[in-house]
Design a protein around this ligand. Structure first.
Ligand code: FES
Length: 357
C-alpha cells in the first residue's frame, strides 16, 4: 500500500500513516498536554439535606458528638475493665476476661471516632468540589544548578574528595557500624542447633497419649471412627517449659477404617487398628493444623490452607507446605491405653532445615 506525505491524501486514504511533529517532552513532565483527554468538567454540585435544612444540620452535629461521646465511654470502660479484670498468673480464665473486656473497651473507644469522623465529613464539612492542577515535578534549571553547586562547595570545603585517608577511613567506619547490630540479632537465634531442638520432643517410648487440656489418658476403645483428639504427652505439665514443649509435641489422633489407610511398608506398625497420630504443627511455618474433615480424611491448616491427606501418610495435597506431617508411632499398653512407641523420627514443624541441609 502506497504512503503519501500529502495530508489531504492521507485523510482520504484512511489507512495511510499520519505524520506528526515529534513531541517536546522533558523528563519529569507530569502531563503531556498534546494527547490529554479533554477535561470533562465537574458534575453539577448537589446540595445535601444538611445544606438545605438547619434543623437537619443540627441533628447531624448531635450525631457526630454522640459518636465521640461513645468513644469517651469506650476508652473509660477499657481502663476500668483493665483494673476490674486483672490477669492472675496461672488462671487462664482471668486472661480471657481481661482480653475480652479490654478489647471491647478499646474497640468502643476507636470505632466511634472513625464513624464520627466519616459522618462529620460526609454530612457537615464543606462539600465543594475543587480542582488542583498537576505541576511538573522537575526543578528549574537554576534550582538544579544551585543544588549541584551546594554539593560542589560541600566537597571543596570538607576536602572529602581531596583527603583520601579521611574519606576511606570514614567509609570503612560506616560500613562496619552495623556489624554489632548483626551480631546482636544473631544472638536472638537459639544457642542450640534448631534442627536438634525440633527433633526432640517430650514423646518417648511408652509415654501415654493424653487429651489436651484435661490430661486424661486415652484408651484405643475411646477413639471411634471419624473422631479426632487433640493430644499431648502425659507429664507435660511437669516439664520445665510446658508451653514450649507443647508447641513441639502437640499431636492429632484420628481413627479411620484400616482399609482406607495407605501405609508405607516401614510404618505398617506405627498405627493401631486404624488409629493414627500425626504432629499438629504445620510443616509450612508452624501453625497448629486443627481442622479435620472426617469425610475426606483431610487435615487443614487454617493459616495458609495447606491440606494433608491422612489416608496417605499425611502427604501435602494442597498449599505451601512442602513436607508431610511427621507421624508419631503408637501402640497400646497392657491396660489398653494408647502409648507412643518412640519420639518422632524426624523434626516437627517448619521444614527450613531441609532446604539448608
Ligand atoms: S502454617 Fe500451615 S499452611 Fe502455612
Amino acid at each position: 500500500m502506497a504512503q503519501h506525505d500529502n495530508g489531504g491524501e492521507n485523510a482520504a486514504a484512511g489507512s495511510a500513516v499520519e505524520k506528526t511533529e515529534p513531541r517536546q517532552v522533558s523528563s519529569g513532565t507530569a502531563v503531556v498536554s498534546s494527547d490529554a483527554i479533554p477535561n470533562p468538567g465537574l458534575p453539577p454540585h448537589r446540595l445535601r439535606v444538611t445544606d438545605l435544612d438547619e434543623a437537619k444540620e443540627k441533628q447531624a452535629a448531635r450525631r457526630v458528638s454522640t459518636f465521640f461521646m461513645l468513644s469517651i465511654i469506650g476508652s473509660a470502660f477499657a481502663v476500668v475493665a483493665y483494673i476490674v479484670f486483672p490477669i492472675v498468673p496461672g488462671d487462664p480464665g482471668s486472661v480471657r476476661l481481661n482480653t475480652l473486656f479490654l478489647g471491647l473497651g478499646i474497640t468502643l473507644g476507636l470505632l466511634p471516632i472513625g464513624l464520627g469522623a466519616i459522618y462529620w465529613a460526609k454530612a457537615l464539612m464543606n462539600s465543594e468540589e475543587r480542582i488542583e492542577a498537576r505541576h511538573s515535578t522537575r526543578g528549574t534549571e537554576s534550582t538544579r544548578a544551585a543544588a549541584v553547586e551546594v554539593f560542589r562547595l560541600g566537597n571543596e570545603e570538607s576536602g572529602f574528595g581531596r583527603r583520601s585517608l579521611i574519606r576511606n577511613t570514614l567509609l570503612g567506619a560506616l560500613v562496619l557500624t552495623p556489624i554489632p547490630a548483626i551480631a546482636m540479632f544473631r544472638d536472638l537465634a537459639p544457642a542450640e542447633n534448631p534442627v536438634e531442638l525440633f527433633k526432640q520432643t517430650l514423646w518417648d517410648k511408652n509415654t501415654r497419649l493424653v487429651r489436651d487440656p484435661s490430661g486424661t489418658p486415652i484408651k484405643a476403645s475411646d477413639v471411634t471412627i471419624g473422631s479426632v483428639f487433640h493430644v499431648v504427652p502425659e507429664g507435660l505439665d511437669e516439664a520445665d517449659h510446658p508451653l514450649e514443649e507443647k508447641a513441639k509435641a502437640a499431636v492429632l489422633l484420628m481413627r479411620l477404617n484400616p482399609a482406607d489407610l495407605n501405609e508405607l511398608d516401614e510404618r505398617k506398625d506405627w498405627s493401631y487398628q486404624g488409629i493414627v497420630a500425626y504432629s499438629k504443627i504445620c510443616t509450612h511455618v508452624g501453625c497448629p493444623v486443627a481442622l479435620y474433615e472426617q469425610h475426606t480424611h483431610h487435615l487443614l491448616c487454617p493459616c495458609h490452607q495447606s491440606t494433608f491427606d491422612v489416608t496417605n501418610h499425611c502427604e501435602v495435597i494442597f498449599g505451601p507446605a512442602k513436607r508431610p506431617l511427621p507421624q508419631l508411632p503408637i501402640t497400646v499398653d497392657a491396660e489398653g491405653y494408647l502409648i507412643a512407641q518412640s519420639d518422632f523420627t524426624e523434626p516437627v514443624g517448619p521444614s527450613f532445615w531441609e532446604r539448608s541441609a
